[in-house]
Design a protein around this ligand. Structure first.
Ligand SMILES: [Zn+2]
Length: 447
């Protein structure tokens, strides 16, 4: 028997899925976590431990934490404020005016905390966020205990935290200086879209990201209207516009990619751009459906995102996996398109690759960060368990996640946050939502 004296956590029993892209679930004996790192996976070594260090995973599946590659987490405070509208109407008549009046450091902290709690309780261990006042979003991720890529928003017009035209650049440098420095936080930039950012903005933002060795995110080809706007202004597709601007490479992350030509797909593949698919946001705004089967077949790396809670309207990545698979089958008229395994891969190691974090997270391997979720399989909608991967994608819900560990620290235990203070936070968030409701002529049904 080995005796370990370091601070460690041990998972015992149940099933384990090490890597959704290459392996099948297997019977599990014991997985060891030392500090923030996985040190042994499904080992049969006996270890002398105190009971508090052991998590019994009987009747559960142990798997890598989910990676949400695109969210505007502060926007959870706008959830349900305006629905059932086209993207342009939704943005220009509701979201942009509401943002102009209400987006502040306080709003971003409260909204991002609400989102981070929702994501943690539904099995997301890493998320890529994009908005304004992003230092506050980083604090929200740290407070809840999640890993995050925090991208400061960039557009060509004044914003709540860059109030004069062109001041986005000073704000970006300030952001990189002031964002909290943690091993779990990666700062980045987010150019909103080719219709709100010009060539110079993309080029300068890309240079800043390359000099900080980080990612540049952007919505790309989300709607047919965007494609028409870019064509009428530049006489090329959005992808061709970005390519001719010189910003496409493996540090670029293209979100949505709904309306692509075959040539666009080749450009993105050759530049090794990461793709983020947000099926439920695309469906709700009737933006269209990306040809995910085609994107995977040409060799692109694809992750999944929820987009913001104002256009989804939840941040449950289990729902996103199911929608990604079903939507791909529908649009390609092919029931074999985007299998359950492919959807699960996009939500784990695929997303980790898109974010450039696959050397740290996305699979359960010794030496990787201990970002792990434990899914309770004893649920009526998950039985009988002929195929755990099928059940995870087609049947499971975020609420089936029992425990969540990020960087070796348990942040959710028995479906509850481990950190205290949720009731105090909830009151602050609902007070802020009351201001938004009053201002927009709505009311809150529960406060
Ligand atoms: Zn978005």
């Amino acid at each position: 028997m080995n005796v370990i004296t370091d601070s460690i956590l041990v998972l015992e029993n149940g099933l384990i899925l090490r890597d959704p892209s290459t392996s099948e679930p297997e019977r599990h004996e014991r997985t060891l976590i030392s500090g923030d790192t996985i040190t042994a996976v499904n080992s049969n070594k006996l270890i002398d431990l105190t009971p508090g260090q052991v998590i019994d995973c009987s009747d559960c599946l142990i798997m890598p934490g989910l990676v949400n590659c695109h969210v505007h987490s502060a926007m959870s405070l706008f959830r349900g404020l305006a629905d059932d509208l086209p993207l342009r109407t939704w943005l220009e008549e509701f979201i942009f005016p509401c943002e102009a009046r209400h987006v502040s450091q306080e709003m971003v902290l409260l909204g991002s905390t609400l989102s981070a709690i929702e994501m943690a309780l539904s099995g997301v261990t890493t998320f890529a966020d994009a908005y304004f006042f992003m230092e506050a979003a980083a604090h929200a991720a740290i407070n809840v205990g999640l890993r995050a890529v925090i991208a400061q928003g960039v557009v060509d017009f004044p914003t709540p935290d860059a109030r004069t035209p062109g001041s986005w650049k000073d704000r970006a440098f300030q952001f990189f200086e002031s964002v909290p420095s943690r091993s779990t936080i990666t700062p980045a930039l987010f150019c909103h879209s080719p219709y709100l950012c010009g060539t110079d903005t993309y080029l300068e933002a890309a240079e800043i990201c390359r000099s900080h060795d980080t990612k540049l995110f952007s919505h790309v080809a989300e709607t047919f209207t965007e494609v028409q706007q870019v064509r009428s202004k530049y006489n090329v597709t959005p992808v061709e516009f970005l390519n001719s601007s010189g910003v496409l490479d493996d540090s670029f992350v293209a979100v949505h990619c709904v309306h692509l030509t075959a040539r666009d797909r080749e450009i993105l593949r050759d530049a090794r751009v990461g793709i983020v698919h947000c099926p439920e946001s695309n469906m709700k705004l009737a933006s269209g459906s990306p040809r995910i089967k085609d994107l995977l077949e040409v060799g692109l790396t694809v992750g999944l995102g929820t987009d913001g809670a104002a256009s989804n309207n939840n941040l449950d990545l289990f729902e996103e996996m199911r929608s990604a698979s079903l939507l791909a089958k529908l649009v390609s008229n092919d029931p074999e398109a985007v299998s359950a395994g492919e959807a699960l891969t996009m939500a784990t190691i695929g997303g980790a690759r898109v974010l450039g974090l696959d050397h740290m997270i996305g699979t359960l391997d010794p030496g990787k960060q201990a970002d792990i979720i434990i899914v309770d399989l004893r649920q009526p909608h998950l039985e009988p368990l002929y195929n755990p991967i099928s059940q995870l994608v087609y049947c499971a819900r975020g609420s089936d996640v029992r425990d969540v560990i990020v960087a070796g620290r348990q942040i959710v235990r028995n479906r509850r946050l481990c950190s205290p203070g949720y009731d105090d936070f909830r009151k602050l968030a609902l007070d802020f939502a009351t201001q938004i409701a009053t201002d927009t002529g709505k009311k809150l049904f529960l406060t």
